[in-house]
Design a binder for this molecule. Structure first.
Ligand SMILES: CC(C)(COP(=O)(O)OP(=O)(O)OC[C@H]1O[C@@H](n2cnc3c(N)ncnc32)[C@H](O)[C@@H]1OP(=O)(O)O)[C@@H](O)C(=O)NCCC(=O)NCCSC(=O)C[C@H](O)C(=O)O
Ligand SMILES: [Mg+2]
Length: 301
């Protein structure tokens, strides 16, 4: 059975599409796309001289019809940059589901933005997402995730940024991401230790669907909750690879039924068609069936 331990938020985050806030046509396009979440990017996809225009576009977009059944995340520029304060003011005005902080290096980065949101009386529902994309971010992943446990912290999700990480480390792009896998797994371990979600990095070759599928399957096997995407054509592949198949769901339902059988009362271990199943598998199975329900609900909205 696939990994399915329930996470703290248990939101569907199979496909997280980045949209440059400077691109008004692409912003409008998000209404018709089947991604689970949209990152409205004010950072690296927006040229320095167009940052203000990008903020105006977002203001206009958020004043229009709401996105249906999609999480909305705004990626701001670093608070230490000359754009950070205006971006954060915009987040406070628009109240998306989350703000995404780029290039997080250490727990203090999370505490600084948490304090800013608290000082501004931001709604409790406003979460913090963190890009983990620098050598220090990877080295400190566990400590940064632990900052999510600190009172007042709204930390909810990590997004890996391999373009920045490759730039900083010199690791070359390669199919299979051999030399990056230990760092990717360090991120997954950190989020699992502290009840956060993790989104795998973008796949730049947006016309290469086989390459994307292989990387999504790898990311899913590594334990990521979904993939950051750059193009609408990537959504179907990510939804499929980070979704569920009928066999997984049937198996989960069989485990739930086996433990619901009165014969299993008082048992922590049962025999399911020649395979040992423990109560920890029951918890996984319940998480998986819950995810299946979320996916089915999304299809009907
Ligand atoms: C990569 C692109 C520049 C390609 O653009 P383009 O050549 O214009 O694409 P198409 O002509 O194939 O587009 C077809 C239609 O789809 C719409 N479109 C394209 N991309 C998006 C999108 N991201 N969201 C919504 N809609 C999109 C086009 O408008 C076309 O629509 P229509 O005219 O109606 O047919 C472009 O895809 C792009 O800009 N992608 C996003 C780039 C981005 O967000 N970059 C930042 C995130 S990457 C990152 O964060 C890296 C990380 O930090 C790290 O360090 O690794
Ligand atoms: Mg980056």
């Amino acid at each position: 059975m696939s990994r399915s331990a329930p996470t703290r938020s248990m939101r569907l985050r199979r496909s997280v599409l980045s949209v440059p806030a400077v691109n008004r046509r692409a912003l409008q396009k998000t209404h018709e796309l089947d991604c689970d979440a949209v990152i409205f990017d004010l950072e690296d996809s927006v040229a320095v001289e167009r940052k203000a225009e990008a903020r105006d576009n977002l203001k206009e977009f958020f004043s229009g019809p709401s996105l249906v059944s999609k999480e909305r995340i705004i990626r701001i520029n670093a608070l230490s940059s000359s754009f950070g304060n205006a971006d954060l003011d915009l987040v406070l005005a628009l109240e998306p589901e989350a703000v995404l902080l780029p290039k997080v290096n250490e727990p203090q980065d999370i505490m600084a933005i948490s304090d800013r949101l608290a000082d501004a009386d931001a709604p409790e529902a406003l979460r913090i997402w963190a890009m983990i994309e620098t050598p220090r971010g990877i080295l400190n992943a566990a400590a940064i995730a632990e900052a999510g446990r600190t009172a007042g912290s709204r930390l909810d999700c990590f997004v890996v940024g391999l373009n920045d990480l490759r730039k900083e480390t010199g690791v070359l792009p390669q199919p299979g991401r051999t030399y990056l896998v230990p760092w990717l797994m360090q991120v997954v371990l950190a989020v699992r230790a502290y009840g956060l979600d993790a989104i795998d990095s973008v796949f730049n070759d947006f016309k290469d669907m086989n390459g994307l599928e292989n990387e999504c399957l790898d990311g899913h096997a590594m334990g990521f909750d979904g993939k950051m995407l750059i193009h609408p054509d990537q959504i179907e592949v990510a939804n499929r690879c980070f979704g569920l198949n009928d066999i997984d769901v049937a198996e989960a339902e069989a485990i739930i039924a086996a433990f619901a059988d009165p014969a299993a009362a008082g048992l922590n271990v049962v025999d399911l068609n020649g395979r040992m199943v423990e109560r920890l598998h029951l918890v996984q199975a319940q998480g998986l069936v819950h995810k299946a329900r979320l996916i089915a609900e999304r299809k009907t909205t």
